[in-house]
Design a protein around this ligand. Structure first.
Ligand code: CTP
Length: 472
């Protein structure tokens, strides 16, 4: 079969083919580019493999382009890369690789195109397009990759044991591609995932996390997480999440399966937001449940304080997964900690000050928190669902009203540190902070109105408690 090239592609591929012919090295476009083009997905970089020296081919190609692009050489990997018209093109010599059992780093020897295709992860990723003159544009498909694209199948080219042992990251890639592309994993390949899962231990956490994030970025990550769970892979790097699975029944009282609930919440959220950190928060929002679970004769199963416990578990999990320990961590922690707050405020009798407290505590992340909480409603009872959603709509209106009345989002209490210092004739000190906090808390608790006069009076009272007298 021949690949249907667009004119720009044809020009580029012919030019590379001509350079390869001058050097006497057969060249092919291979891997993800071919797969994505055939699937009609957006393409990223182009990988070119040649039977010979890939770095020399890159230099030859660069030399025939104007202006001549810079060639970045990775001599350790025997590859070279250049940019042309915004496209990244990577060149490599065809190779045969043999791996040692305790390392991802292969021993590399020069090989044929067939050797190179053999060492790739999946049949759909082993497709090559010939750039040689007599077979230009022909698809070389030794493992039925074309049929598997058609049938939507993820399958290893060799025995799964060999492909996965060579590079265990491929087990996560199999699941990620299945999720991203909507493909199924061929039964023998799937068996291989279960059988070789423990090999994942040689893979760095950074690489594992990169695949997990790609799964999190799909429209329906539950597909990937269910596969990760069923193969036993998820247990190896996110035990806090797998611990959510299971239902316990005591005296006819059962709690819901918090793992499947979590995946539903995650899928719900993915319909509303692309924010990957909010998606992490959805995945982790209930991780405090297993360690706080208790059975009470009167009320059944309880998970009191699971939001606090869960938030406290997030930093360790972030550290283990090599996720950033910066504001992203604070954000996820805050979402986990606050995920029950809005639901408790959906009743009519809730006071303005409780709503104000939520606005203040959530700050600029309030909309995200509301999205998470709405996604957390997974009841199958249509009436209950309608009631909860109505409650949220009501809360949103209340938030808008409170916001309007005191613009709390950019909230500055009416009494500033300046006013406190001037009134009591004091300099910057711990007392200024104490008085400021007391005034702010009184407003947030609804004890005084958010206006200058009552706040000023409150400041005088608080100053007196500290032995301060107004000097004005
Ligand atoms: N490859 C492989 N084993 C890996 C990683 C990559 O065999 N662990 C091969 C596959 O043939 C793949 C190609 O190298 O198509 C390019 O890899 P990469 O750029 O990482 O992946 P893509 O398939 O292009 O897809 P994505 O960018 O979505 O990861």
């Amino acid at each position: 079969m021949f690949f249907s090239l667009d004119p720009q592609e044809r020009r580029l591929f012919q030019m590379i083919g001509n350079c390869a012919a001058r050097l006497g090295v057969p060249a092919y476009v291979i891997g993800g580019y071919v797969r994505d083009r055939l699937l009609g997905r957006p393409t990223k970089d182009i990988d070119v493999v040649c039977v010979g020296d890939g770095i020399r081919l890159a230099q030859e190609v660069a030399g025939s382009l104007a202006p001549k692009p810079k060639v970045v050489v990775y001599s350790r990997f025997g590859t070279a890369m250049l940019h042309f018209e915004g496209i990244e093109i990577e060149f490599v010599g065809a190779r045969r690789e043999s791996y040692s059992p305790d390392s991802r780093k292969p021993e590399v020897e020069l090989g044929t195109l067939e050797d190179d295709q053999n060492r790739r992860d999946f049949t759909i990723n082993a497709l090559a397009i010939s750039l040689q003159e007599n077979t230009f544009g022909q698809i070389i498909d030794p493992f039925n990759g074309l049929a598997h694209l058609e049938q939507k199948i993820i399958k290893t080219p060799l025995d799964p044991g060999q492909t996965f042992s060579d590079d265990p990251l491929r087990m996560l890639r199999a699941i990620r591609f299945a999720n991203q592309l909507g493909f199924t994993i061929e039964p023998n390949t799937y068996k291989g995932l279960k059988q070789y899962k423990s090999r994942l231990h040689i893979i760095s956490k950074e690489r594992i996390t990169a695949e997990v994030e790609k799964i999190l970025q799909t429209p329906k990550p539950s597909i990937g997480f269910n596969l990760l769970f069923d193969t036993g892979l998820l247990h190896l790097f996110l035990p806090e999440v797998t611990a959510l699975q299971g239902v316990e029944d005591r005296a006819g009282k059962a709690h819901k399966d918090n793992f499947y609930h979590t995946l539903e919440v995650l899928d719900n959220l993915c319909k509303k937001s692309d924010n990957v950190w909010l998606r992490w928060a959805a995945l982790l929002h209930d991780i405090g449940k297993p360690p706080t679970k208790k059975f009470d004769e009167a009320s059944g199963w309880t998970f009191h304080g699971h939001e606090w416990k869960g938030a406290a578990m997030v930093p360790t999990l972030f550290r283990n997964m090599r996720l950033p320990l910066d504001s992203k961590l604070d954000y996820v922690k805050k979402m986990v900690m606050m995920h029950l707050r809005p639901i408790s405020l959906t009743k009519e009798e809730v006071t303005d000050s409780a709503v104000r407290r939520l606005i203040f505590d959530a700050g600029e992340d309030l909309e995200d928190l509301m999205l998470l909480c709405e996604s957390d409603i997974t009841t199958k009872n249509v009436k209950k669902m309608a009631r909860y959603l109505e409650g949220y709509e009501y809360l949103k209106e209340r938030i808008a009203l409170v916001n309007e009345s005191d613009r709390l989002r950019l909230w500055q209490p009416p009494i500033t540190g300046e006013v406190i210092m001037r009134t009591f004739g004091i300099g910057p000190s711990k007392e200024v902070g104490i008085i400021k906090t007391a005034v702010r808390e009184a407003i947030l608790d609804g004890i005084i109105n958010n206006d200058y006069e009552p706040a000023f009076q409150k400041m005088i009272q608080e100053g007196e408690k500290l032995g301060l007298k107004p000097v004005l």
